[in-house]
Design a protein around this ligand. Structure first.
Ligand code: SF4
Length: 546
C-alpha cells in the first residue's frame, strides 16, 4: 500500500482503509507477470542454515515479512543473497522508465520498505533491484539516507491518515488518474465538478468506462444445474450442456425458479465477487448469495448515521421523489401522442410540492398522487398492433398478482430493477436493507427501493412501452389464470433480453455530459451517494433526463 499511497494518498486510503479494489489493464498485466513469482510462498531464511561448512546462499521467492516496530509488512517477490547480506528484487510490469532516479518514487519507496524490513529481521541490506519485465532490465536502487527518510515519512503519513481520516481529496486534473485502477470508484473529476460548481471547473474527463465487460447470466430452465468447467460456467440439463458463459464475462448469476447450482460454483462465484440472485419463476426477488461483505465499514457507519437523522433522510427522500416525478413527466412528453397540458403542469406542481414536503408522510402523499397521474396516462402511451390491442388494454396499476399483461410486465421490470440496485449497493459497500425514504421492513431492500425511484420511468416503464409498442411481446407470451397473469418462459426470455439491452444502452449523464450505459449509471450514482454521505459533496445529484 505504500506504493499506492506514494502514487496518490487517496488511492492508498481507498485501498487500505476502505478495502476498495478494481482491476484495469495494468493490474491484470501485473498479476500475469507475477504468476511465476507467486507460485511459491516462503519465509525469509538463509539456505543451508545450520551447516557450518557451507556459505548459506539465498534465492527465495514470495517471501512474507512484517515488523510491528515499523508498522509495515510486505511480500518480497525474490530474495537473493549470501549469508546475512541480501537484496530484495521487485518485479514490475512494463519497461524501465528513463528517469534520473531509475524509477518513479512509488516503486523506490516500496522497495526501500522491503530493505528496512529485512534490516529489522537482522539482515544486511543496502540496496534492492527493480526488475522491469517489459524490457527485462534490472535497475539497482541504493537505500541511501534520503530514500530511507522519505520511506519512513510516507509510512508514518499513511498510518496517520488511516487512523484519523478523513479520506484525502482527489488529485486535480492529474495525468495519474486515467491510469489509476480506482478512477471509477474515486470519481476525481466528478467530485471536483460538483464541489467547485458547474462552470468553475472543466467538465469531467470521461474516465469512467462507458460500459461493463461482464454481463449478468440469467438461467430459467426448470431443473437445470450450473456447474464449472475450468473458466466456464455450464448450464446442464440431464447431463446435456444447454448453455455456457465465461466466468470472466459474468457479472452476476440470476436464477429463476428451480435451478440448481453446485457448491464449488458458489464458492468460486463468492471468491470472484460474483453474486448469485434467486428469483421465483415469476421473477419475485427472494435473495442473494455473495462473498464476504465489502470491507468499507466506514461507509456503512455513515449510512447508519444518516439513516438515524430525520432531516437528512427527508432531504435525500425529496431528491429521489422529485427526480422520479421529473422523469415520469419526461417519459410522458416523449411517448404520449398528445400529453395534456394540465397533466404536465400538475406533475410540475408535484415536483415543487415534493421539494417542499416537511415530513416523509407528506412526501409519500405527493408521490402517490404523482404516480396516479402518471399511470392515468400510461395506457395512451401503449400502441400495440391492432390485433393485440385487447391484450394490452390497461385500466389501472395493479399487482400481487398482476391481473393483466401490462401490469405483469411492470411488476417484473420493477423486480428486476430492485435486484439490480441491491447488487450494485452490495458491491459499493452499502447495506441495501436500510433506506432513507423507504422504512425498514423485514426482507425489503429499502435503500435499493429508494434509489430505484428515479429509474422506474427511465428503465422499467420505458422498457414496457418498448416491448409492447414494437411488438416484441404478444398475446401468446402470457399465461392466464383466474385473477392473475404472468409471462410464459418464452415471454420472460424475450423480456429479459430487452431489459439487458436497455441496461446496456448508453445515455448522456445529465450532470457530467459524458455517455455511459444505464448499468454504469447505477454504479456511478451509488458511488456519488457514498461520497455525499461521507460529506465529500454537499448534495446527492439525482439523475434526470430531458
Ligand atoms: S483516480 Fe486519481 S485521485 Fe483518485 S485515487 Fe486514483 S490517482 Fe488518486
Amino acid at each position: 500500500m505504500l506504493n499506492e499511497f506514494a502514487y496518490c494518498p487517496r488511492l492508498g486510503y481507498l485501498e487500505w482503509v476502505q478495502g476498495e479494489f478494481a482491476d484495469n489493464d495494468d493490474t491484470v498485466e501485473g498479476r500475469y507477470h507475477h504468476r511465476n513469482v507467486d507460485r511459491t510462498q516462503q519465509r525469509a531464511r538463509p539456505r543451508g542454515e545450520g551447516n557450518d561448512n557451507e556459505v548459506p546462499k539465498i534465492h527465495e521467492r514470495s517471501v512474507w515479512l512484517g515488523a510491528e516496530s515499523l508498522g509495515l509488512s510486505t511480500k518480497i517477490d525474490l530474495l537473493e543473497g549470501e549469508g546475512r547480506r541480501v537484496t530484495p528484487v521487485d518485479y514490475k510490469r512494463g519497461k524501465r522508465p528513463h528517469v534520473p532516479q531509475g524509477a518513479y518514487e512509488p516503486e523506490l519507496v516500496q522497495l526501500c520498505a522491503q530493505g528496512l524490513l529485512l534490516r529489522d529481521h537482522g539482515y544486511e541490506c543496502d540496496e534492492g533491484v527493480l526488475f522491469f519485465v517489459g524490457s527485462r532490465e534490472r535497475v539497482r536502487v541504493v537505500f541511501d539516507d534520503e530514500l530511507v527518510a522519505r520511506t519512513v515519512q510516507l509510512a508514518a503519513g499513511m498510518r496517520a491518515v488511516a487512523a484519523a481520516g478523513p479520506i484525502p481529496p482527489p488529485l486535480v486534473d492529474s495525468p495519474k488518474c486515467p491510469r489509476c485502477s480506482l478512477v471509477g470508484i474515486c470519481l476525481p473529476d466528478e467530485l471536483r465538478y460538483l464541489t467547485v460548481g458547474e462552470g468553475a471547473a472543466a467538465p469531467p474527463r470521461p474516465l469512467v468506462p462507458a460500459r461493463d465487460d461482464a454481463l449478468p447470466l440469467h438461467v430459467q430452465h426448470p431443473g437445470a444445474r450450473i456447474r464449472k468447467d475450468g473458466e466456464v460456467l455450464q448450464i446442464v440439463d440431464d447431463d446435456k450442456v444447454i448453455g455456457e458463459a465465461r466466468l470472466a464475462e459474468t457479472s452476476q448469476v440470476v436464477l429463476f425458479g428451480a435451478v440448481h447450482v453446485t457448491t464449488p460454483v458458489v464458492q468460486e462465484l463468492c471468491q470472484r465477487g460474483i453474486p448469485v440472485c434467486y428469483l421465483s419463476s415469476g421473477g419475485w426477488f427472494y435473495g442473494i448469495t455473495h462473498g464476504m461483505s465489502h470491507k468499507n465499514v466506514e461507509l456503512r457507519r455513515r449510512q447508519y448515521a444518516v439513516a438515524g437523522d430525520p432531516a437528512r433522510c427527508l432531504a435525500l427522500a425529496r431528491r429521489f421523489v422529485q427526480a422520479k416525478i421529473a422523469n415520469c413527466r419526461t417519459l410522458l412528453r416523449r411517448n404520449h401522442p398528445s400529453p395534456a397540458e394540465d397533466l404536465l403542469s400538475d406533475l410540475k406542481g408535484d415536483i415543487r410540492r415534493a421539494g417542499q414536503a416537511d415530513r416523509l408522510d407528506v412526501l409519500l402523499g405527493v408521490e402517490g398522487t404523482a404516480a396516479r397521474r402518471h399511470f392515468s396516462a400510461f395506457a395512451e402511451m401503449l400502441h400495440p398492433d391492432e390485433s393485440e390491442a385487447a391484450t394490452f388494454d390497461l385500466e389501472s396499476r395493479n399487482r400481487r398478482p398482476p391481473r393483466d399483461p401490462v401490469n405483469a410486465l411492470l411488476s417484473l421490470a420493477y423486480a428486476m430493477l430492485t435486484r439490480e440496485w441491491t447488487v450494485v449497493l452490495f458491491s459499493v459497500g452499502f447495506d441495501p436493507y436500510l433506506g432513507f425514504y423507504h422504512q425498514p421492513r423485514y426482507g425489503r431492500p429499502a435503500l435499493a427501493l429508494d434509489l430505484m425511484e428515479e429509474y422506474r420511468p427511465l428503465i422499467a416503464d420505458s422498457l414496457v412501452l418498448t416491448v409492447v409498442n414494437n411488438g416484441e411481446l404478444r398475446s401468446e407470451h402470457f399465461a392466464r389464470a383466474p385473477g392473475a397473469v404472468s409471462l410464459t418462459a418464452a415471454g420472460r426470455r424475450k423480456f429479459i433480453e430487452a431489459y439487458e439491452r436497455r441496461m446496456s444502452q448508453e445515455v448522456t449523464h445529465p450532470v457530467f455530459g459524458y455517455r455511459i450505459s444505464y448499468r454504469r449509471v447505477l454504479e456511478v450514482q451509488a458511488r456519488l451517494l457514498a461520497r455525499h454521505l461521507s460529506d465529500e459533496i454537499s448534495e446527492y445529484p439525482s439523475f434526470t433526463t430531458r
